[in-house]
Design a protein around this ligand. Structure first.
Ligand SMILES: *Cc1c(COP(=O)(O)O)cnc(C)c1O
Length: 372
């Protein structure tokens, strides 16, 4: 299908609407080339980079309003590495994994490690979600705060009536864009290439005193744990503003600038109001035209940071995404394995709500143009 050329006056100022890696603001890039330049290419074992790590840990503590006793720990390998680290160093015997999309499923697969009992996997069809419930013998309850593959978000609330078990939340695409009470989780882990407007390759986790106790107990138990995946090693190194091996210094710098920006604007309350505004523009539009519908049926489950919109048979969503791409509006394709006639659009905090309004005009213009 022929690409539609969009008129300049309806183009967004920035065409990056992908769900990760996602838009990094120009101000961050300028800062990286300015004050950041002196840090790049210098030792991560010396004071300047260590103090950058300390500043990032502090910025995250402020953002998440950590209660006393909680700590920010950091390691290399992104959220995917964290799943394996958790199966070595956080799950004692058995996890309960809520699976309502690809990412929840990947943690469930990691939690099926041979030294653990098979996880209690609770699956829901894509576009809906499932809830945790207490089960004897389960010591980790795990689910994503925001399932990036489907655009479903789930509340962060502890499982009541199961003393001693940990609540472990994948916040990779939620952290910095959705508000929460962090005291409802023991481990809130994420990578910085989504709302936190940086690059991939690192993982961070806000850990509660109970999680720290668990990490230390399993590490002392004699279980084999590879050093690269050791949460005890990450905990000890993080307290010194260090990582086991070399971190990406540019990623840390960009993250620090994003934290400064979000915290300076009012923190998580401000950020979540902004993502709610942007996502509503898209959901309201999808409900107002005859050929589109929000993929997530229950409005309460609709993500404020990852918007998925289904189209009827009169629209070829793949052709729309590819035509948008030809106009430098990129990464609106749906999650590759979902296989739906859909657009998936990030409304992360870095994305201007007015750019989302422009995007809606661009989508309408493209659809009208393709219909001829
Ligand atoms: C992107 C994403 C991941 C994977 O993160 P990596 O840093 O690429 O390993 C995991 N979980 C969720 C919810 C995500 O959105």
């Amino acid at each position: 299908m022929a690409h539609v050329t969009l008129p300049r006056e309806i183009l967004p100022t920035d065409g990056r609407f992908g769900c990760g890696p996602s838009k990094i603001r120009t101000e961050q890039m300028i800062a990286l080339a300015g004050p950041g330049a002196a840090l790049l290419g210098t030792s991560h074992r010396q004071a300047p980079v260590k103090s950058l790590v300390g500043q990032v840990r502090m910025g995250l503590s402020d953002l998440l309003r950590l209660p006393s006793g909680y700590e920010i720990i950091v390691g290399n390998g992104g959220s995917t590495a964290f799943w394996d680290a958790a199966s070595f160093g956080l799950i004692e015997n058995r996890a309960q994994n809520l699976v309502f999309g690809e990412f929840g499923g990947k943690f469930a697969a990691a939690a099926a490690a041979p030294w653990l009992q098979a996880p209690d996997v609770r699956k829901a069809d894509p576009g809906s979600r499932t809830t945790p419930s207490p089960v004897e013998g389960v010591d980790v309850y795990a689910w994503p705060h925001n399932e990036t593959s489907t655009g479903v978000s789930a509340p962060v609330e502890r499982v009541r009536g199961d003393e001693g078990a940990l609540t472990v939340i994948d916040a990779t695409s939620a952290a910095g864009g959705i508000n929460l009470r962090i005291s409802e989780s023991d481990v809130y882990y994420f990578a910085p290439q989504k709302n936190l407007g940086s690059d991939g390759g690192l993982w961070f986790a806000a850990v509660s005193p109970a999680a720290i106790e668990r990490i230390e107990r399993i590490a002392a138990s004699g279980r084999y744990i590879p050093e690269f995946l050791s949460l005890k090693n990450a905990l000890d190194n993080s307290r010194l503003n260090q990582t086991l091996n070399t971190p990406a210094v540019a990623t840390l710098f960009l993250l620090d600038k994003q934290l400064e920006w979000i915290n300076g604007n009012g923190g998580l309350g401000w950020a979540s109001a902004r993502t709610a505004e942007s996502s509503s523009v898209l959901y309201d539009w999808a409900e107002s035209v005859p050929y589109a519908t929000p993929f997530v049926a229950d409005p309460a489950d609709r993500s404020p940071v990852v918007v998925t919109i289904d189209f009827d048979e009169t629209v070829d969503a793949a052709a729309v995404a590819s035509s948008l791409r030809a106009n430098d509006i990129v990464d609106t394709e749906p999650y590759r394995k979902l296989g739906r006639n859909q657009l998936r659009i990030a409304t992360f905090v870095s994305i201007e709500p007015d750019d989302v309004r422009q995007l809606v005009k661009c989508i309408e213009y493209t659809i009208d143009g393709q219909r001829g």
